[in-house]
Write a protein of this length. Structure first.
Length: 170
């Protein structure tokens, strides 16, 4: 009965005992923090190339700081493009920006839009553009800027005292 609990008896002699000890040690290694290796999920296409070419078009009196442009996908999968604009307009304006995104072969793969209201003359402002996840890797981006002047309120007309009705007595 005593041999039943002896490793040699359980695994058939001295070589069986060694096998049992080896299996026990392997089990302890896994239980003590060794992580089993699992196959990795297939890779996804990168969002952008290492050097995205940035160009600007449009009539707005602004300059995009090319070093400020960032591209990322938010937690919902929406593309978020951040950038800094420097206004060179003489007055306050509203700026709209549209980014057209191209892959390394020059194919249009997505777009994003955004803007900023009440950008003061000479001001620097940060804008975020949003759009669908692009259908490929971003290699170049064309930013089209449009400006909308801030409307001015015309002076209100008030009745003049001379226009008011007067009564005369004769």
């Amino acid at each position: 009965m005593r041999d039943r609990y002896h490793l040699g008896a359980m695994f058939g002699g001295n070589s069986g005992a060694r096998l049992g000890v080896a299996l026990l040690a392997a089990g302890l290694m896994v239980a003590c923090g060794e992580t089993p290796k699992l196959p990795e999920a297939p890779g996804t296409t990168p969002l952008k190339t290492d050097n995205v070419t940035v160009s600007q078009a449009g009539p707005a009196a602004v300059t995009i700081d090319q070093s400020s442009v960032t591209y990322k996908l938010d937690s919902s999968g929406t593309l978020a493009i951040g950038l800094t604009l420097i206004s060179s307009a003489p007055t306050t304006q509203t700026i709209a920006v549209r980014a057209s995104l191209y892959d390394p072969q020059g194919n249009l793969i997505g777009d994003a839009t955004g803007g900023q209201v009440n950008v003061a003359a000479g001001a620097t402002t940060t804008i975020q553009l949003n759009g669908q996840e692009p259908h490929g890797e971003i290699a170049s981006a064309l930013f089209e800027t449009t400006v909308f002047p801030i409307p001015t309120t015309p002076p209100s007309e008030s009745p003049s005292p001379s226009a008011s009705a007067s009564t005369s007595t004769t």
